[in-house]
Design a protein. Structure first.
Length: 372
C-alpha cells in the first residue's frame, strides 16, 4: 500500500460535478461500524467509532465528523481540514450545518443512517436531505488504478488464505477451529478484516453460514467463501474441498459448477447486461436438468460486485439489468444446492478489461481433496 494516498483526489472532482449537476449544496458520505464504504470511497481511513462522515462542499473543501477520539487523531493525520469530534453524532451534524439555512444536503449512505441523524440535518438546514447513495455507488463501480492495486493485494492474500485452509483442515477438526486458524493467518499477513462463511457435510447441506462446532469427517464437502480486506478493499474466493476421495455425485456436481462458472467468466465483458452473466450460468444447470435449483430457494446470487464492501451491487441475477463497464471488479460464482452433492461453491474475483475479464485469483480451479 506504499504510496497510495488515503484521500481519493480523482473522486473529489467527480463528486463535486455530481453536486453541481443536481444543485446540491453539500454532500455527506456516511459510514458506521459495519458499512464504511461511502466514507472510505473518498477518505480511506478505517475509523473505529460507531459513526463517521465526510462532508464535501462544491468548492472541494473537505471536513469530517467523527464520534471517537481515536478517529479524530487518525483522520487529522492524513487530512488537512476540520475534524469535528462529536460523541453525540446528531449534535455533530447539526453543528456542521449550522448557518446553512436552505442548503440541500445529499447523503451517500442515508439509508444506513439513524433517522435522528437525517432529522438533525433537516433541522439545521430547513431543507430535506436527499439520498446520493445510488449516484455515488455508480461512481464507485469503476475502480481506479490505486483501487485495483489494493484489490490485487487482497486477492493474493485470499489465495494464500485458501492454501492455508487446505493445509490445516483435517477430519475431526471443528468448523470454528478451522475458521479461527484461517482468520489468524490472513490477519497476521496483512488483512485489515476478513469475512468468511463455511459449510460441511453432504446432501443435507443447503447453504453456508458462520462456523459451528460440527466436526469434519471423511466424505464431507467443505465449502468456504473467503474474503480478506486490504486497505479497505475486499477480494473473494469460493472453493470446495472434499475430505477423502470424492464420490461420483461430488465429481459430477463440480463438473457442472465449473462449466457454469466458466460460462459466466467467458461472457463477462464491457457492454453486456449483468442479467445475461447470470443467465449463461443458469443455462448450464438447466442443460443438465437442474433448472429448479437456479431460483432463490436454493441460491442467492450468481455473483456480485466487490470493492469497499464485500457484497456490492450489481448483484448477478437474471432480473437485474445493468451494463457492465471496463474497470469493474466482480466475483462470478454459481453457488447453489444440487441433490448430487449438497451445497457447492466455486468462484474467483474478476477484473473487467477492454477485451473481457481476467481472474485476479491464482488458486487452482479444481475440486480440492484432503486425505481423510
Amino acid at each position: 500500500m506504499k504510496g497510495i494516498d488515503p484521500l481519493n483526489k480523482s473522486r473529489v472532482g467527480k463528486l463535486t460535478k455530481l453536486m453541481s449537476d443536481h444543485n446540491w449544496g453539500a454532500m455527506v458520505l456516511y459510514g458506521h461500524s459495519w458499512r464504511k464504504e461511502f466514507f472510505r470511497c473518498l477518505l480511506n481511513v478505517n475509523f473505529s467509532g460507531p459513526h463517521a462522515a465526510v462532508v464535501l462542499l462544491p468548492s472541494g473543501e473537505i471536513s469530517v465528523v467523527v464520534s471517537n477520539p481515536w478517529d479524530r487523531e487518525s483522520v487529522s493525520a492524513v487530512l488537512d481540514g476540520d475534524v469535528l469530534l462529536a460523541a453525540d453524532f446528531e449534535k455533530g451534524l447539526r453543528k456542521r450545518f449550522s448557518g446553512s439555512r436552505g442548503m440541500v444536503v445529499a447523503v451517500a449512505g442515508m439509508e444506513l443512517m439513524e433517522a435522528r441523524f437525517v432529522e438533525g440535518i433537516l433541522e439545521a438546514t430547513s431543507a430535506n436531505p436527499v439520498s446520493a447513495s445510488l449516484a455515488v455507488e455508480e461512481l464507485r463501480r469503476v475502480k481506479t488504478p490505486d483501487e485495483i492495486e489494493l484489490m490485487q493485494q487482497a486477492c493474493v492474500l485470499a489465495d494464500r488464505g485458501y492454501q492455508y485452509f487446505t493445509e490445516v483442515i483435517e477430519a475431526g477438526m471443528k468448523e470454528y477451529e478451522l475458521v479461527a486458524e484461517v482468520e489468524s493467518f490472513v490477519k497476521s499477513n496483512g488483512a485489515e478484516d476478513n469475512f468468511m462463511l463455511i459449510a460441511s457435510g453432504g446432501t443435507e447441506v443447503v447453504g453456508m453460514k458462520p462456523p459451528t462446532d460440527r466436526k469434519f469427517k471423511k466424505g464431507d464437502s467443505v465449502t468456504t467463501e473467503l474474503s480478506p480486506q486490504v486497505g479497505g478493499y475486499y477480494a473473494q474466493i469460493c472453493r470446495t474441498l472434499v475430505i477423502g476421495e470424492p464420490n461420483a455425485g461430488q465429481i459430477e456436481s463440480f463438473r457442472i459448477f465449473s462449466e457454469a462458472q466458466n460460462a459466466g467468466q467467458d461472457f463477462l465483458r464491457p457492454g453486456v447486461d449483468i442479467a445475461d452473466v447470470a443467465r449463461v450460468q443458469n443455462d448450464v444447470f438447466r442443460k443438465y436438468g437442474y433448472g429448479d435449483y437456479t431460483g432463490s430457494k436454493y441460491t442467492r446470487v450468481r455473483g456480485h460486485g466487490l470493492g469497499l464492501y464485500l457484497d456490492e451491487n450489481p448483484h448477478v441475477l437474471e432480473d437485474v439489468n445493468y451494463v457492465v463497464k471496463e474497470g469493474m471488479v466482480l466475483i462470478v460464482h454459481p453457488n447453489t444446492y444440487l441433490p448430487l452433492s449438497g451445497y457447492m461453491v466455486f468462484g474467483d474475483t474478476l477484473l473487467v478489461t477492454a477485451q473481457g475479464c481476467v481472474a485476479l485469483n491464482t488458486t487452482p480451479r479444481k475440486l480440492f481433496e484432503k486425505e481423510g
